[in-house]
Design a protein around this ligand. Structure first.
Ligand SMILES: [Zn+2]
Length: 350
């Protein structure tokens, strides 16, 4: 079968490798749809400490497909499925506290940019789902993206009446907007981004205010905090979600939240990054800070239900469709900011 392999930063190669052989409890899936995500671009550029374990490594982690062979209870040949890229062990310290996303034994599944993928037993048992008949592969493949945002959304404890500032309007930022506008009622969204196209998408997804972030200090524009005040939110936003993952935006996010509000540092910055925190803001203003990483099986399940029910529509986040052979070009487009999520369909030879 054809499979992309990661050899090192900016060195991926499409190779012919043997089709995986499945063992006890495992499932073989023919990939029908895969999508690229921000993690793929980051991994392509600099590798990944947790996802890439060996060189060369299979690559890509979001996919939907058809079961071609199954040794797992509950799945048979012909089933249409989606899987998460991990499953918790249910035995470690964190799993016992039901903080499954922090499981010490998460084994990341790679290999969605290939013709077939083997689903390990633990994922087949706990994080593999049959796709409802109403959904095509293209819709189902977005489940994991929504699940990651859904966990962050739930952890932020957004309430009816809240003003939520969403900083960063990539696929995840757009998912947060969709959740704010469709998951509960009466939430006001202030969307903050740089690209005109992403701001337009934010508006289409229901953002109430769209602020273009444009380096105010250089151009003499008011800063974002002032602009949020000018919208009538004198004290700042009730909740701020940082979905960029840069030190500058983490720092800026702290200035947008009202006293007593919550900042969710959702975007992962490089390891070792530091920001300054004002003790006055944390103590006297009771600002809460949280983070959100990865997902739990219950959010994968709920995200699939949300998509299947039509409550959350994800297809607008797919900006392009490409063939398996075009992955390098696709990643370059992602890195250049020309693409949001790219759907990778079958190989040219199929
Ligand atoms: Zn565990």
């Amino acid at each position: 079968m054809l499979s992309w392999l990661f050899y090192g930063p900016e060195d991926i190669r499409l190779e012919e490798i043997p089709q995986p052989i499945i063992g006890e409890g495992e499932v073989l899936v023919k990939i029908k749809a895969a999508v690229t995500g921000g993690t793929d671009s980051k991994t392509y550029l600099r590798g990944h400490p947790r996802i890439i374990k060996t060189i060369p490594s299979a690559f890509g982690y979001e996919f939907a497909g058809e079961v071609t062979e199954s040794n797992a209870v509950g799945f048979k040949t012909g089933d249409r499925v989606i899987a998460a890229n991990t499953a918790p062990c249910y035995e470690c310290f964190f799993c016992k506290k039901e903080e499954f996303q922090l499981c010490e034994n998460l084994d990341f599944l790679n290999g969605s940019f290939a013709e077939y993928i083997k689903i390990p037993e633990q994922i087949a048992k706990h994080n593999l789902y049959t796709i409802p008949d109403s959904l095509d592969y293209k819709a189902a493949v977005m489940t994991q993206t929504l699940a990651v945002a859904l966990q962050g959304f739930i952890k932020t404890e957004i309430q009816t009446g809240d003003v939520v500032a969403i900083y960063g309007l990539g696929a995840i930022g757009q998912c947060f907007i969709k959740l704010c506008k469709n998951y509960i009622d009466g939430v006001t969204v202030v969307a903050i981004g740089r690209s005109e196209q992403k701001l337009e998408l934010a508006e289409a997804n229901g953002a109430d205010h769209c602020l273009r972030h444009c380096e105010p200090e250089r151009r003499g524009n008011p800063d974002l905090k002032t602009r949020i005040k000018e919208l009538g939110y004198t004290y700042g936003a009730d909740k701020v979600i940082e979905a960029v993952g840069k030190v500058e935006t983490w720092q800026a996010a702290m200035s947008l939240v009202r006293p007593g509000g919550t900042v969710n540092f959702f975007g992962g910055a490089p390891k070792g990054s530091k920001i300054e925190l004002d003790s006055f803001q944390l103590h006297y203003q009771e600002t809460k800070i949280i983070g959100s990483f990865h997902h739990q099986p219950k959010y994968i399940k709920e995200a699939l239900d949300l998509i299947a029910s039509g409550k959350i529509q994800m297809s607008d986040l797919i900006s392009h469709e490409m063939k398996l052979e075009e992955l390098e070009k696709t990643l370059e487009m992602m890195i250049a900011g020309e693409a949001m999520k790219v759907l990778i369909t079958s190989s040219l030879r199929v």
